[in-house]
Structure formats: structure tokens, C-alpha cells
Design a protein around this ligand. Sequence first.
Ligand code: E4P
Length: 217
Amino acid sequence: MKFFVDTADVDAIAELNALGMVDGVTTNPSLIMKSGRDILEVTKEICEMVDGPVSAEVVATEADDMIAEGRKLAKIADNIAVKVPLTWAGLKACKTLSDEGNMVNVTLCFSANQALLAAKAGATFISPFIGRLDDLNLDGLDLIEDIRTIYDNYDFETQILAASIRTANHMSEVAKIGADVATAPPSVIKNMANHVLTDKGLDAFLQDWAKTGQKIL
Ligand code: E4P
């Protein structure tokens, strides 16, 4: 499973990228706002740091305007994936932008039917939002499973990009289901390294080591 980082924070991206953990980046208007940076400038910087796809989201709501914004965003770098919302207008924009040779990430997906339409419209990535479904006491992981089944039944090439990931457990769960990509905030990716038994075991080893009076270096 590929790891995308869900942030526009270049320092956080750089830290994970140095460990080989960044296969791509996803941003959205809220993350750009949080960064306090200009969208074109920060997206260009991220594209230069990362080899994989960098999602940059349109903010227009009509198809023609989305297409115009998408074309402008796509000019930032070769590794831009234009992100469009899963509305009827967004599907039209997806079809046009992908026919023009751009990577397209269809975002804000909350149902299997929406994912089916995005695949038909030529999406490179579909972004089902797990956490926002869980917030409503629905099961975001069920959605990933349903989309995996449907895409596999018909050999759709659209990649499932599990999004709105809130916990480290979400990462292993979507990996088990077979999501192609998971995008998560840097804090969640770092949290995947934590285990209370690792901390406890290390503590015991270090206490015993101190008793030996030895040094390695
Ligand atoms: C994905 O591309 C979105 O940017 C993101 O995963 C949304 O996550 P949130 O629901 O935690 O805002």
C-alpha cells in the first residue's frame, strides 16, 4: 500500500520523505488555509520535494470553471493530481481533465455508487472518507471493502485512496482490505510506530543494561 501524506506542511512532509515514507501528498482547501501559504507556491514546493502524485483541489463548483482551475493547477508540475469533488459537475471535470492526460483524484466520496461513477469518469484515484463516516456512527471501512469488491469485479484501474484517516488502526485496516493508497496526517503515520509493549520492553532492557556497567561505544 502506498502512503500519501495528508498535509500542506512542508516541514512535516520533508521529515517523512527522508525516511522513504512518502509516496505522494494530498492537500485540500482546509489544509492550504492551515498552512497559511499561497496555494500555487506551496504546491509547487511540495511537487519539487516529492516524486509521487501531489493532489491540489479545485474550488469552483461548475464543471467549466473546475476544468479551468484544474488546467491551471496541472501546470504547476508533472506530478499534480487535480482533485475534484464528487458532484455531477466534478465528474464532468474528471472526464475532461483525465481525457487531457491529467491525473485526477475524485474526493469527498461517501458511497460505493459514487465510487463507481468516478471510475467510469476515468478517475486516477477515488478518495473515500473513512473518518467522516465513522463520525456519524457509520462504518468507513465497510465502504473501502465495498469499493474494493466492485473495482475488482470489473478490473477498474482507478486506485482506492483511503482518506480521512484518523487513527493508526485505520492504516492497517485499509491495508488488510487492499486499498491501493492511504492518505493520513503526519501525526497518524508517526503514531503507527508506537506500542506500549515496545516502550515497556525497551525500558526493561535499558534497566538491565545499566546493571551490566558496559558500553557499546
Ligand atoms: C483527503 O484527501 C482529505 O484531504 C482528507 O483525508 C480529509 O480528512 P479529514 O476528514 O480528517 O478532514
